[in-house]
Design a protein around this ligand. Structure first.
Ligand SMILES: Nc1ncnc2c1ncn2[C@@H]1O[C@H](COP(=O)(O)OP(=O)(O)OP(=O)(O)O)[C@@H](O)[C@H]1O
Ligand SMILES: [Mg+2]
Length: 251
């Protein structure tokens, strides 16, 4: 499946209700290829709901979701899984690494259903681990890795197949500020290499150091730096480097 040119994510009038909870209300959001942005908002504002919908892990109650040009609603579950596998990498706050499994295998297992041989999977996994600076930790199991290293293993797994879109839900939420800064620097690096990166965070300092900020409150988008009319700022600003902000926060 190859996507059409155009935005990598396009949400139009997207709502999500859980019983009587309106977790997302009529959200419009366009993300172009090569963007790096934060979706920021307080706990319960609908950030993970939005990420799950963007990531095609969940379907909206109303509205249209286009990913890489495909209207998600028109795809069968099988086509949707294929689109997700080829297009989207996920990183979560809790790293979701299987206990007792060496980093190399944790990452290589991401390609289990890709039709590649075990040797090829491990070769690609090693390359991905080197890319995140963990060439010296290939055989370490999760309990032998620091939190920041675990998150870097999770990122290596997420970017293994070179997905054009990386969705990270509170990727630094479980980390101390220094490890968090390393992870953010890595996300910046992936962005520079061409990946579209969406960082979900409740931390306004982290959001402020990314080129675009989408603020969500009570399930609605209240501010988007890419839309001049909502705030007067544009998506042009480069902000403070992540490391500086996080180090400042620990002083
Ligand atoms: N499966 C569900 N069933 C019922 N309500 C839900 C469900 N998932 C989320 N909600 C509700 O929807 C709202 C938005 O939840 P969401 O997880 O998107 O928030 P969030 O912004 O990611 O918060 P946090 O920063 O705490 O992770 C919350 O009020 C939550 O209680
Ligand atoms: Mg959340």
């Amino acid at each position: 499946m190859t996507g059409t040119p155009g935005p990598v994510v396009e949400l139009t009038g997207v709502s999500k209700t859980y019983g009587d909870v309106r977790a997302l209300k009529d959200a419009d959001l366009v993300i172009h290829r090569g963007e790096l942005l934060a979706v920021v908002g307080p706990s319960g504002s609908g950030k993970s709901t939005m990420l799950n919908i963007m990531g095609t892990l969940d379907r909206p109650s109303a509205g249209t979701v286009r990913i890489d040009g495909y209207d998600v609603d028109r795809l069968s579950d099988r086509e949707l899984s294929a689109l997700r596998a080829q297009t989207i990498g996920f990183v979560f706050q809790q790293f979701h690494l299987a206990p007792g499994v060496p980093a190399l295998d944790s990452v290589a297992d991401g390609l289990l259903y890709s039709g590649r041989s075990r040797g090829e999977r491990r070769r690609l996994a090693e390359r991905a681990l080197r890319r995140v600076g963990l060439g010296h930790r290939l055989y370490h199991q999760p309990h032998q890795l620091s939190g920041g290293e675990k998150q870097r293993v999770a990122i290596a797994r997420a970017v293994l197949g070179d997905p054009p879109l990386l969705l990270a839900d509170e990727p630094t939420g479980a980390l101390d500020s220094r490890s968090g800064a390393v992870v953010l620097d890595l996300l910046h690096e992936l962005h520079r290499a061409g990946t579209t990166v969406v960082v979900i965070t409740h931390d306004r300092d982290i959001a402020a150091c990314l080129p675009r900020e989408v603020r969500i409150k009570d399930g609605g988008i209240e501010y988007d730096t890419a839309r001049r009319h909502t705030g007067g700022r544009t998506g042009e600003r480069t902000g403070t480097p992540a490391t500086a902000v996080l180090e400042e926060a620990t002083r």
